[in-house]
Design a protein around this ligand. Structure first.
Ligand code: 2HA
Ligand code: ZN
Length: 276
């Protein structure tokens, strides 16, 4: 089968285009990766033409030999649906998880996303944490979430609690909470290590003054997670723009009752007493 006819590739392209339409991908902002299933590799095998091995910039031994769909460095999400073979690629990892080679795509040259170390280290952590269920890692620049990194304390507790309070579905959609990475230079191993540490506990990591990473089982769940967090952030931005404090909100006991009815575990460390 042709790569562009495969269902998982169509899902990848649709998600990239959805992100573009949300306004989360100015210029070449953001990146997306998908860990392919063995049967999906076989489905498109006829079109795979391995190039030269190149270093990943970190080591992900648990992902040795795996194949990924990844957006290209410097490529625009806006162009994914009209120039797919120029905008993303399929890469294969070597048997140590230290090098990759491009097997399809990026026909006009280029390399995978500058955030490849963060993507692959997050994938590795999630393979272990979810027994291989999670396959999608998504990075975007949603404006409201970024805005909050200028006004809230840069702690997992502050962000989780505020985001949970702004929409009742939030604690059900991300019951483990969200992690926060302080400002760091993007693109390298250090920020990848910091992010993947948080991904051991959470499916969402917020990069201060930069954007967000989400992990999920499939394109719908991962896009939906980013969308839910960003919508909640938008509501908080609106509320804070009207007045500095909330008049009323969802209380710690409300969350405890919700947890029982919706059968989710909400860590007590996020249910502290605080000002509105
Ligand atoms: O330009 O978003 O973090 C791609 C990015 C880098
Ligand atoms: Zn970014």
């Amino acid at each position: 089968m042709k790569v562009l006819d495969a269902e998982f590739v169509k899902g990848f392209m649709r998600m990239a285009d959805d992100g573009w339409n949300q306004g989360w991908h100015e210029r070449n902002g953001g990146n997306l990766s998908y860990r392919m299933k063995p049967e999906e590799v076989e489905e498109v095998r006829e079109e795979l033409k391995p190039g030269e091995w190149r270093p990943i910039g970190t080591s992900v031994p648990k992902l040795a030999g795996e194949y990924f769909l990844v957006t290209g460095s410097g490529k625009y999400f806006r162009n994914v649906i009209i120039k797919p073979e120029d905008s993303f690629c399929i890469i294969e990892l070597d048997d140590k998880g230290e090098n990759y080679r491009i097997c399809w795509g990026l026909v006009n040259g280029g390399r995978p996303t500058s955030e490849l170390p963060s993507h692959l280290m997050n994938h590795e952590v999630k393979v272990i944490a979810t027994g291989g269920k999670h396959r999608v890692i998504y990075h975007a620049h949603p404006a409201n979430t970024i805005a909050l990194t200028f006004v809230l304390p840069l702690t997992d507790e502050a962000f989780t609690r505020e985001l949970w309070e702004m929409a009742t579905e939030c604690p059900v959609v991300f019951p483990a909470g969200v992690g926060v990475v302080p400002w760091m230079v993007p693109g390298g191993r250090d920020i990848a290590v910091a992010t993947s540490e948080l991904m051991k506990k959470y499916d969402v990591a917020i990069w201060a003054h930069h954007g967000m990473f989400c992990s999920g089982e499939d394109f719908d769940l991962t896009f939906g997670l980013m969308h839910t967090v960003e919508k909640s952030a938008e509501i908080l931005v609106k509320v804070r723009s009207m007045q500095p404090y909330k008049r009323q909100t969802i209380t710690p006991d409300d969350f405890r009752h919700l947890a029982v009815d919706f059968k989710v575990e909400l860590p007590e460390k996020f249910l502290f007493e605080k000002e509105l």
